[in-house]
Design a protein around this ligand. Structure first.
Ligand SMILES: NC(=O)c1ccc[n+]([C@@H]2O[C@H](COP(=O)([O-])OP(=O)(O)OC[C@H]3O[C@@H](n4cnc5c(N)ncnc54)[C@H](O)[C@@H]3O)[C@@H](O)[C@H]2O)c1
Length: 452
């Protein structure tokens, strides 16, 4: 099939590369010339495990441009994967989605037979909105191609985006047009039937069942994405809320949540207590759901609580440092990890940046290390008065405390003897409950976890 992907970020590029691997003819459009330039040079402008090598395998079959043409707009399927950042009131900003819709309306040729797909996370009514923009534009031009707008929310996780694209739990398509649904079913057929040969380095997981193809109304498809993300964020916030009480009564949250999560009705994932969730999606999507509810005069206390617990959780790390060091002004803190989670270079809403900012405000000297996020941090947060170190041990040099904020593998296998030698103090704050407490205590460190 001829597929055009509008927006070549974490979602668009991953999806485009995966679809090209599955045999589709893919054009990636991004209005950011630097992104297009990087793609043309064969270098994906973002970090995602496995992406560089799969991209180099399929890129000769892909095309890249900064603008739509009649040919790319008139593909069999156009996937809109542009950003939908939060507005001040929490509502999703649809300006990029609308921009893409207008560009499609201006370029779709008369002979097109195209399904336009909202893959971006968008509030209810957005498929309708895109459809209205496209129809108005086409009417103005006096052309009448066959077009349908469907909603196809994306559930991939950064850090395992390709894996999630090839091996999803479900594919949701919201549409009123049976022919559009059928076309999207054919687009995803190799994934639905798991009939493709797995790419190198992305083996099919054992016992992988077939993904469920769910067809819904556009509104249900739009709402399910917000509901899913709010639930996942709520699970983590729930674990963090219990962590606070675990600390007070002397329980260990990792033991508690292991026992809780083994209940099949609950499940073990997304129950890790720590410095809280971040990233480009959870906070934005929970807020967008709350903004939607407000338009209906409807209260959502669970969603509100999910946010509140997470905001409080970011302070817990600084509170612990304060409790351990007493005075933060003049102290040196080694900060391990900047990205909002491991295996990505994404810093959007990263808890580590919040913690870093607060520590600097309180007069601490912060020396940070992250395996991939440092150049992006320097570029995107030039105001942040951090020092950047070339290794975890260098970040710990002369530090009173080390704080683990992102559980990159590199931190889990660090040479603790070398860290002990480098540090001035002995305090380790494990903001992800990822380190081996007894091993650290044996080496003389003062270990502080979250909820233990
Ligand atoms: N990142 C995730 O983990 C994830 C997961 C599921 C869903 N989503 C949703 O997918 C959407 C995209 O997220 P992302 O993280 O990939 O965003 P991103 O910021 O990484 O990428 C968006 C890209 O779209 C481009 N763009 C913006 N307007 C454009 C236009 N009019 N024409 C062409 N290109 C345009 C930007 O230049 C940018 O490169 C968002 O709605 C997000 O909520 C993201």
């Amino acid at each position: 099939m001829r597929v055009t992907v509008v927006g070549s970020g974490y979602v668009g590029l991953t999806t485009g590369v995966a679809l090209a691997y599955l045999g589709h003819e893919v054009s990636c459009i991004d209005k950011n010339e630097a992104v297009v330039e990087a793609l043309r040079k064969g270098k994906p402008p973002l970090h995602e495990p496995g992406l560089d090598s799969l991209f180099s395998e399929v890129r000769h079959r892909m095309r890249f441009a900064s603008e739509l043409t009649a040919e790319t707009a008139g593909a069999d399927v156009v996937l809109v994967c542009v950003g939908t950042p939060p507005q001040r009131n929490g509502d999703a900003d649809l300006r990029y989605v609308e921009e893409a819709a207008r560009a499609l309306a201006e370029t779709l040729p008369e002979a097109a037979d195209t399904v336009i797909v909202n893959k971006s996370t968008v509030p209810v009514g957005s498929a309708r909105r895109v459809e209205a923009i496209v129809r108005e534009g086409l009417a103005r031009r006096g052309v009448r191609p066959q077009v349908s707008v469907a909603s196809n929310p994306e559930f991939l996780r950064e850090g395992s985006a390709l894996y999630d694209t090839f091996y999803p739990d479900r594919i949701v398509v919201g549409s009123e047009d049976p022919w559009a649904v059928e076309r999207l079913r054919r687009l995803y057929l190799p994934i639905l039937e798991q009939s493709f040969t797995p790419p190198q380095g992305l083996p099919r997981p054992d016992g992988q069942g077939l993904p469920v193809f769910i067809t819904t109304t556009p509104t249900s498809a739009e709402l399910c994405k917000y509901a899913a993300n709010t639930f996942l964020a709520m699970k983590i916030s729930f674990a963090n809320e219990i962590a606070g009480i675990a600390e007070r009564v002397g329980a260990d949250i990792t033991e508690v949540m292991r026992a809780v999560g083994l209940d099949r009705r609950i499940g073990p994932r997304y129950l890790g207590a720590g410095a809280g969730w971040g990233g480009s999606c959870f906070g934005k999507d929970v807020r967008a759901l709350l903004a939607l509810a407000e338009q209906y005069g409807y209260e959502m206390p669970l969603a509100q609580g999910t946010l509140r617990v997470n905001e409080r959780q970011r302070r817990v790390v600084v509170d612990k440092l304060q409790a351990a060091l007493k005075v933060l002004r003049g102290s040196t803190v080694g900060l391990w990890g900047l990205t909002f989670k491991p295996n990505t270079d994404d810093l959007r809403d990263a808890p580590a940046l919040d913690v870093a900012r607060r520590l600097v405000e309180m007069g601490a000297r912060v020396r940070a290390y992250d395996p991939v996020g440092m150049s992006r941090a320097q570029r995107e947060h030039p105001d942040l008065a951090l020092e950047y170190a070339p290794s975890p041990v260098a970040a710990a040099d002369d530090a009173d405390a080390v704080v683990l904020m992102t559980e990159w593998d590199e931190f889990l296998h660090v040479d603790w003897q070398a860290v002990a030698k480098a540090m001035r103090g002995r305090v380790v704050i494990d903001g992800r409950n990822a380190l081996d407490r007894s091993a650290l205590e044996r080496l003389g460190f003062q270990y502080w976890g979250i909820g233990r």
